[in-house]
Design a binder for this molecule. Structure first.
Ligand SMILES: O=P(O)(O)OC[C@H]1O[C@](O)(CO)[C@@H](O)[C@@H]1O
Length: 400
């Protein structure tokens, strides 16, 4: 049942959004001031054929961010962006004072604004995405050895998809992360239970089984190991008789490694060249006969929170039995990227969602809900610097 009123009540005491101005020692500040310029550097390094003028304009963008200059209007803003930016421009917000979620999404629009006219719309992160896929090889072979391509044990597949989210290029500022092993360890590893701050896996798997005759929408996140792990889950669901799965991907490159439509085929071919031929054949068949479809709503490259989703998306979600969102940035969008107290109940906040919904996410930002103080204390005690933002811990959260 949709309850906007509960959310409205919670939003009356709306916590502030995360922003770099939270403090120079925060992860958020570091993300903007140091890591966004590094992402620009990685684009330059991975695109050696860019003309000198483009290199210079990208370097200027990095310099603008580093010293927290005021945000500028986008040159040809996509539909919603003019409205998203207007109040911030009116108040002369800077890279540091504007809400972090907007700043990050805006950053990728600024990159494309520079690269698209010169490259005809080539993905500036294409080389990094391919490198991350190549780096997934060892983990994928371990997943095959663990028979994840034949199991119907949804809990294992959900865990694998969750831990696939560890490998993320925007967190590592564009370098391939060195820990894809984590995803395959996550398959069976005993220590994994300790690494889950919230675990609704069983409820989610029951919901998946109950949803078999309907549609499941999966809001994808990263290319490389994460999407490979997601494909294992998708294949497993199909083998369990799932009638329809719709993949929601980004309409334009964002957060370095997020899946866009052109990224899908290289992943299927990669499976074929890496001992995953049978799985790839099953997936190709499902794409052909329409059991798997792909949609790329422009909403996902806006900075708008899910609770303000357009009616078109609300209707899409409402028609599905279950929506699964992957990754940290989608989690932040679900929660408006606000400083909610960590023990705010997930289900209460998600009461606005028009269907059942689950979040599979490793913790890579200061946004977290649905976790008791006791649990956060233990995690913070063990890994004071990393527990909240280092991708060490994960959550599987489900709202019916
Ligand atoms: O790929 P994911 O899991 O969405 O993570 C991306 C995360 O990385 C970051 O870029 C880290 O700064 C966050 O903004 C974002 O939440």
């Amino acid at each position: 049942m949709i309850s906007m009123s509960l959310l409205s009540t919670l939003l009356e005491a709306k916590p502030p959004p995360l922003a770099a101005s939270d403090g120079v020692h925060t992860f958020t500040y570091d993300s903007v001031q140091r890591r966004l310029p590094l992402i620009v550097e990685a684009v330059l390094k991975n695109n050696p054929s860019y003309p000198v003028e483009l290199e210079e304009s990208l370097r200027n963008l990095a310099a603008e961010i580093e010293c927290g200059k005021p945000l500028q209007a986008l040159k040809a803003p996509p539909a919603t962006w003019a409205a998203e930016m207007a109040p911030l421009l009116a108040e002369t917000n800077t890279w540091f004072t504007a809400p972090w979620f907007l700043v990050e999404n805006y950053f990728y629009k600024r990159i494309l604004e520079l690269t698209d006219p010169v490259t005809g719309g080539s993905d500036p992160f294409a080389a990094q995405k391919l490198a991350s896929l190549a780096a997934a090889e060892g983990a994928f072979q371990r997943m095959l050895a663990a028979k994840l391509d034949t199991t119907e044990d949804l809990e294992r597949l959900v865990m694998t998809s969750l831990w696939g989210n560890v490998a993320d290029l925007s967190v590592s500022a564009g370098d391939v992360l060195v820990t894809p092993e984590k995803a395959s360890e996550g398959v069976d590893g005993e220590e994994v239970d300790d690494m889950l701050l919230a675990d609704d896996t069983k409820a989610l798997c029951s919901a998946l089984i109950a949803a078999r005759s309907g549609e499941v929408i999966i809001v994808l996140d990263n290319c490389g190991l994460e999407f490979v792990a997601d494909l294992l889950l998708i294949d497993g669901l199909l083998r369990c008789g799932q009638n329809k799965i719709t993949l929601h991907v980004k309409d334009t490159p964002v957060f370095v490694s997020d899946v866009t439509v052109p990224d899908i085929e290289p992943h299927l071919s990669w499976l074929e060249s890496n001992h995953g031929q049978e799985m790839a054949a099953r997936l190709r068949q499902a794409f052909t006969d329409g059991r798997v479809e792909v949609e790329a709503p422009t909403f996902y490259t806006s900075s708008i929170p899910f609770y303000e989703m357009p009616d078109s998306l609300r209707t899409r979600f409402g028609a599905a039995e279950l929506v699964i969102t992957k990754g940290d940035a989608n989690y932040r969008r679900m929660l408006g990227d606000l400083h909610w107290p960590f023990d705010t109940p997930f289900s209460e906040l998600m009461s606005y969602w028009p269907s059942s919904v689950a979040a599979l996410r490793t913790c890579k930002s200061g946004v977290l809900v649905g976790v008791s103080e006791k649990v956060t204390k233990v995690a913070a005690g063990k890994h004071p610097d990393k527990w909240l933002t280092g991708g060490l811990y994960g959550v599987v959260q489900y709202h019916k």
